[in-house]
Structure formats: C-alpha cells, structure tokens
Design a protein around this ligand. Structure first.
Ligand code: AMP
Length: 398
C-alpha cells in the first residue's frame, strides 16, 4: 500500500508515489514553470514510472491544473491513483507557524489555518493549500496529511528562537526564528543514529543540509537546539541564490540609496544573491567548473560560502560542547567533496578529520568520510524528505 507525497512549491510541484515500508519509489515526477510560458522542446511535466518517462509539453496555468495533469499521467503509465488504494497523501507544508508542530490530518479548519500562515510564507503556503485542496478533490476518501518543514524546530530553546527586537512587535507579528528543512534534519539525524548503531538520545550532532537552499542544525539527544534559518528561509548560510545572513542595514541602504522597492529587495536577496549573486551561477557543478578555469568570482563565491558555513560549524561546536557526528546531506552536501573538505579543514584539534580517499569515493550510500577511529564521526547521509513524509503520514493514519 503506497503513499503519494506532494511538494508544491511557488511555481512547481514535485511528487512521488512510494512504499513507506520498503522505501521503493513506484513513480515520481515534477511539474515546472507553473503559470509561466513554456519553451519549445522543454516539457512542463516529467513523470517517471518503471524506467519510462512520460512528458507533458503544454503550459500549466496553475497548480490545480498541474495536479490534474499529473493524475492523468499516472493513469497513462498504469497507476490509476483513484484505484490504487492509497494509504494516504502526504503534503510538505513549509510554514506551520506556532500552530502546527506534528504531522496533522487535513480538515477544512487545518487548510484555513495553513492559508492564514501565508503571511509568514507568502510564496509557499498558498501553493501548499492549492496542492492539498486539489488532492482532496481528486482523491476523496484518502486521508491527507500535512507535514511541516518548521516542525522539528518547534522546541528550539527561547534563547535560540528569539530575535532581539521589541518584544511587543515580535509577539504581534509572529517574529521569531522558526527554522526550515526540519523534515530533512530530523530524518538525517535519525539515520545517523541508525548508521552509528546508537540511540539518538545519546548523540550530539551537527547536520549540514546543503542543497540549493541550505541550513545547518545543532541536535542534542534527538532534539534541535539551534538552526540557521529564521522567520523565513533567507537567514543563515549562503545558498544557491539566497544571501543568508546579512546586516539588516543593507536593506535600508538599498531602499534609500538605490530606490529599490520592497519586492525588488526581496527578489534580490532570495533569487539574485548567494553563490549566483557573487559568481553568476548557482549550481555547484558549474561553480566547480568555473573555479577550474581560474574564474576569480567563482572562487570568491566558494570562499564566501565556506566562510559562512565554518562560522556556524564553530558556533554549534561551542553550543553543543561535545559533538559526536557532523553530517553532510542534500545536493551539495552529498556530492561536493571540495565543499566538505574545505568546511572541516584544520579542525584536527577538535577531533574532526576528513579522510581524502573516503571523501572523494564515488558512493551514494550513507558513509563515513572521517578516518577509522576518528573522535568525531564525519558522515555523508543522503536525505529523503519524501520517505520521511510518507512514513510520518502512515504513522498518523495507521
Ligand atoms: P537540492 O536542493 O538538495 O536538490 O540540491 C541541488 C543542488 O545540489 C544543485 O543546485 C547543485 O548545486 C548541487 N549538486 C547536485 N549534484 C551535484 C554534484 N554532482 N556536484 C556538486 N553539486 C551538486
């Protein structure tokens, strides 16, 4: 009995049909450029099933249409979802605010509350709501479960989640640190405990989720005690296209001196900054290639990225006091050996070492990259948010 997992982004929908017990993926796909014109020869939907790829070429005007087309592709590829006896549909929901911190069965009231949280995640929560409503309509009778990206960080200590601003303003407008990528940080820290054969309650961990978006977390005994993302996913590490931390005064400066509007600054910091802002490219494969050609801007982008990453690794070492495992995950973390080596270089005195042969080995499974017998386990562990969501959904619906 399978679970359908749906991740509706601002202009995309990613989905997987999978078996939560075996982790086998039956079918998966992505709808891209929703609400945008499509270029000739680049499909708006790619659906993969049993080694075959099914495509849809026309424009997809909105999320509801996208999901309907996906259901048609499922039927075309031999998996009619209405007849598949799904156990549940699991939805990744970006912002749970103060309200949601556990997987939650979707009701009308839950949908309304997720929609109301759109003020905190204006690009994401509205798309999540449409995804949930469409799936409910297309699959009446199948339980729908919302899994929140902020949930793992709900219990952050007050000192870690409080911004030092006027307390009344903070309370009125929900200004606190929420954290994101929680499903990944929770899943990966659990996988680390399994890999080490230890109970998660015994371990102090640093998890580095380095994908196009990037965040780090400090996890003590299975509970998150700090994370780099804040009110929004803009804070913290340098990312593919997001700046991460900066002096808030920069925003006033740009508004006053460059005459930028709020949306322009928002776009600049979320889509035109980070690795892309400094180097012109946001993909680390391309960045590595440019560095190889001697491109100075690409090298600077890499150095800025690593500088920020090391700052947080240092902060979390101090915060945790003792660290048992440091784990790299997501697209960059799982694939880029140069990032991993640079992030932890010169930390031998803290028991942190990276073995070059292990670090550069072509291996896709969870593995050590620290040398045998090292004090701190340095690991690469693939994340799997879809599986984590599917399992959370099944745990809830039984
Ligand atoms: P994610 O958001 O986890 O899907 O990560 C996507 C990012 O991972 C891409 O934008 C790339 O920067 C990076 N990435 C993917 N594959 C590789 C690779 N083989 N080497 C370096 N970076 C990679």
């Amino acid at each position: 009995m399978n679970v359908l997992v749906i991740n509706s982004g601002s202009s995309s929908i990613k989905y997987q049909l999978l078996d939560p017990d075996s982790a086998d993926v039956v079918a998966s796909g992505v709808v891209q450029r929703i609400g945008e014109p499509v270029a000739e020869g680049s499909p708006s939907i790619e659906h993969k099933s049993a080694g075959r790829t099914f495509e849809h070429d026309g424009a997809v005007p909105d999320h509801a249409t996208g999901l309907k087309l996906v259901f048609d592709l499922f039927a075309e590829s031999g998996h009619d979802l209405a007849e598949a006896g799904l156990r549940a549909v699991g939805h990744r929901v970006v912002h749970g605010g103060e309200i949601f911190y556990e997987p939650t069965l979707v009701t009308d009231e839950v949908i309304r509350a997720i929609a109301e949280l759109s003020t905190l995640a204006p690009l994401h929560n509205p798309a999540n709501v449409v995804g949930i409503e469409s799936a409910r309509e297309l699959l009446p009778g199948v339980p729908q479960v919302a899994v929140f990206d902020t949930a793992f960080f709900h219990g952050l200590p007050a000192a870690a989640k409080t911004y030092a601003i006027d307390a009344k303003v903070a309370a009125e407008y929900g200004v606190r640190r929420y954290g994101f990528h929680g499903t990944s940080h929770e899943y990966v820290s659990g996988q680390v405990a399994d890999f080490l054969g230890r109970d998660r309650t015994e371990l102090n961990q640093i998890v580095l989720h380095l994908g196009n978006g990037a965040s780090a977390s400090a996890v003590r005994g299975g509970k998150a005690v700090d994370t780099t993302m804040g009110l929004t996913p803009l804070e913290g590490l340098v990312m593919g296209t997001r700046s991460g931390d900066l002096d808030p005064g920069i925003i006033f400066h740009l508004i006053r001196e460059a005459g930028m509007g709020v949306d322009e600054v928002d776009n600049l910091l979320n889509r035109e900054s980070g690795i892309k802002g400094v180097s012109g490219v946001n993909d680390f494969r391309e960045l590595g290639r440019l560095i190889g050609t001697g491109d100075a801007a690409a090298k600077l982008a890499f150095d800025v990225y690593i500088h920020r990453l090391r700052r947080y690794i240092g902060a979390y070492l101090v915060e945790l006091g003792r660290v048992d495992a440091i784990t790299f995950t997501a697209g960059v973390g799982e694939n880029d050996a140069a990032v991993r080596a640079a992030a932890l270089a010169g930390l031998e005195r803290y028991g942190i070492r990276v073995d070059e042969a292990r670090n550069t080995a072509k291996d896709r499974s969870a593995r050590y990259i620290s040398p045998k017998g090292a004090e701190v386990a340095v690991l690469v562990v693939p994340t799997n948010e879809e599986l984590a969501i599917a399992r959370a959904a099944v745990r809830l619906v039984g």
